[in-house]
Design a protein around this ligand. Sequence first.
Ligand code: SF4
Length: 219
Amino acid sequence: MIIYTYDKGRYLSLEESLKRQPQGMRSVYINMTNRCNCACTFCLRNVKKMDKTATLWLETEPSAEEIQYMLDTAPWTVINEIVFCGFGEPTMRLSDVVQLLTYVKHRHPHVQTRINTNGLSDLEYGYDTSSVFDHHILDTISISLNASNAERYLTLTRSKFGAESFEAMLAFAGHCKRYIPHVVMTIVDKVESDDEIKACQTVCAQRGLTLRVRAYEEN
Ligand code: SF4
């Protein structure tokens, strides 16, 4: 699936979501790529069980124009948030994400926009990528903090950029505050001990960042 919703651990197509719940606002997720510059030990790409009819694995990546067409025909009266997420890292297609964010904000200015990212796009592209989110196209960026220090971060994420990844991700988060109203760092509750969660809270507090401890997504 390229465009989907999420309900109690299950990914649903928009059609299925509307069948189950015709009324009520919902977040809609856009899955653009399976690619990622990390290989996290806990990545759902490796462990998530999905029906063949509701898989997020993409045989081929849709073009930005194909996604835009799908958005043109989406049921906007029940959509209050568009989230770039999916099984890969959305910023692997950064320019397409920016094109679609711009499109969504232009056509539907009251719909919230969010990206869930590993925060490593500066290392992927070699410049301060936070600036691409200028012009109010993005309301929230959710960045995976994953750990309180560079060593544990690398052990968990196996980032292809190595030891510099942790500091680069934190620097990216700091830069995002210039352009994006809500910058939220996340860790997963079941993966971390209480001490590690406290250490992550300290890291975020020192940098003026908000931390959200989110529930691990079960299979
Ligand atoms: S950053 Fe996300 S998509 Fe990439 S390997 Fe880690 S969990 Fe998977």
